[in-house]
Design a protein around this ligand. Structure first.
Ligand SMILES: C[C@@](CO)(OP(=O)(O)O)[C@H](O)COP(=O)(O)OP(=O)(O)OC[C@H]1O[C@@H](n2ccc(N)nc2=O)[C@H](O)[C@@H]1O
Ligand SMILES: Nc1ncnc2c1ncn2[C@@H]1O[C@H](COP(=O)(O)OP(=O)(O)O)[C@@H](O)[C@H]1O
Length: 281
């Protein structure tokens, strides 16, 4: 059908993540550098005219109506006066609870796709605000530029990051974002810094608690530290190491597969314009 849309939902990495405080509602104030990866999920959208929204792919452990894709679609449906519907299928590559933002990225791709397919023309500001109701990470995927994020990650400005190749390891476990943020031993008072300072290098305040919750996260970071400045993304569980060239990254991936066959490893380049926005142009 000629008005079907096939779009990427890329992963993100947090190249650093500092927790600078906690708001009265319990959410944490962050300073973080978001960068996209040329790697992620793919969504297929086929409009239907009977007002039904259906996701035809099951995601393990998530009910149809709880899936962020369906929640995003229904939220847009509620804003439309016409009887819009859609059939959606998902090629899932990103692990859940991996800190790669897969669920948030799926939601953002759905919002941008349906805004176009249903001719809603809501504009990026409105879509980012709707996205924020679905998850703190959704706005950066709506905006589509690598960013210095503050607040709970929704105050964004473009960040001129380098674009290395990354070896990314998913050590086969997941970390619940909520559980990590509620942990009594989490560092919550890192002094604020400027973006310019963060671009010179930073750390991830969630790493220590994630290591204690899931020791294999620490094992994966310590292994990748043999090759460069390895770090965890988001609240975990994935860890990454930036490399200057693809061949070197692929060699490290092969060595990781041999030594730790129980982990999933991939190589992808960082990008400062989201592959989603590149595809929508
Ligand atoms: C911390 C980040 C950094 O990228 O990590 P990852 O989840 O991607 O690992 C994100 O901002 C996460 O965003 P997202 O995954 O959308 O989180 P949400 O669904 O909004 O929140 C899940 C739960 O985490 C806690 N939470 C989340 C974000 C934040 N800044 N402070 C918090 O305390 C809240 O308890 C919330 O109920
Ligand atoms: N389409 C989806 N893909 C992944 N997770 C989803 C989706 N819809 C809802 N979720 C929920 O969102 C949570 C966070 O998922 P995700 O964004 O992939 O991880 P993270 O926030 O660690 O990067 C999952 O544990 C899952 O319960």
């Amino acid at each position: 059908m000629n008005n079907a849309l096939i779009l990427p939902a890329p992963a993100k990495l947090n190249r650093m993540l500092h927790i600078t405080g906690r708001r009265a509602d319990g959410y944490h104030e962050l300073q973080t550098l978001f960068q996209f990866l040329e790697y992620g999920d793919t969504l297929h959208f086929l409009p239907r005219s009977d007002g039904q929204t259906r996701l035809h792919t099951e995601v393990a452990g998530i009910g149809h109506d709880d899936n962020l894709i369906v929640r995003a679609a229904r939220r847009l449906q509620s804003l439309s006066e016409r009887s819009c519907g859609v059939d959606i299928t998902l090629e899932k590559r990103l692990p859940q609870g991996g800190g790669l933002g897969g669920g948030s990225s799926d939601a953002a791709t759905t919002l941008l796709a349906l805004d176009r397919l249903w001719h809603l023309d809501l504009g990026e500001d409105r879509l980012a605000a709707i996205g924020l109701e679905l998850g703190a990470d959704v706005p950066v995927f709506i905006r589509g530029f690598a960013a210095w994020g503050e607040g709970i990650g929704e105050r964004l400005q473009p960040a001129p990051l380098d674009r290395p190749w990354f070896v990314v390891i998913h050590p086969g476990v997941s970390v619940s974002t909520g559980a990590l943020f509620n942990h009594p031993e989490l560092t919550r008072q890192t002094p604020s810094i400027s973006m310019a300072r963060a671009l010179q290098g930073g750390h991830n305040d969630c790493e220590q608690v994630a290591r204690s919750l899931q020791p294999c996260i620490g094992e994966a970071i310590d292994w990748l530290k043999h090759f460069g400045s390895a770090m965890m993304t988001g609240t975990g569980s994935c860890v990454f190491c930036p490399l200057s060239d693809r061949e070197k990254a692929l060699r490290i991936m092969q060595a990781t597969d041999r030594k730790y066959p129980q982990w999933q490893t991939f190589v992808a380049q960082g990008c400062n314009i989201s592959p989603l926005h590149a595809a929508l142009k």
